[in-house]
Design a protein around this ligand. Structure first.
Ligand SMILES: [Zn+2]
Length: 130
């Protein structure tokens, strides 16, 4: 990196996953705007780009970190959901999945009849049929 750019970026937040994903989303919106809703989508595209650049050059690092944490919490939930769906498909012949009231997912072998489950997260007891 050139010294001028380095000096300019000193004390600024820089790139993170959220700003990179925002730029990707902006590019998708830009391509879509070529086909329909030209002006509204173009405005969305500009706003997304502006937001990504604003975050990158921001000096309010704690606030940008909090935004990233919120984003990662959200994307983590989504990827956990899809991982669970994938595992359920993989284990559909051998295991059953139950959801505890605390939100934890419990996997038990199939064909064991009436069973008592103990949630490892909240220690609740569930009576289920496998
Ligand atoms: Zn639980």
């Amino acid at each position: 990196m050139a010294l001028g750019v380095q000096r300019f970026m000193a004390g600024r937040y820089g790139q993170d996953t959220l700003s990179r994903h925002t730029v990707w989303l902006a590019l998708i919106v830009c391509i879509l705007s070529m086909f329909f809703w030209r002006l509204p989508l173009f405005i969305v595209y500009m706003l997304l780009l502006f937001w990504a650049f604003f975050r990158t050059f921001s000096r309010n690092i704690p606030k940008r970190r909090r935004e990233l944490a919120v984003y990662q919490k959200f994307t983590g939930r989504i990827s956990r959901f899809f991982r669970l769906q994938k595992n359920k498909r993989r284990d559909r012949k051998t295991h059953r999945y139950f959801k505890c009231r605390c939100g934890a997912s419990l996997r038990v072998p199939k064909g064991k009849g009436e069973i008592v489950l103990h949630c490892p997260v909240c220690h609740a007891t569930l009576h289920k049929k496998t």
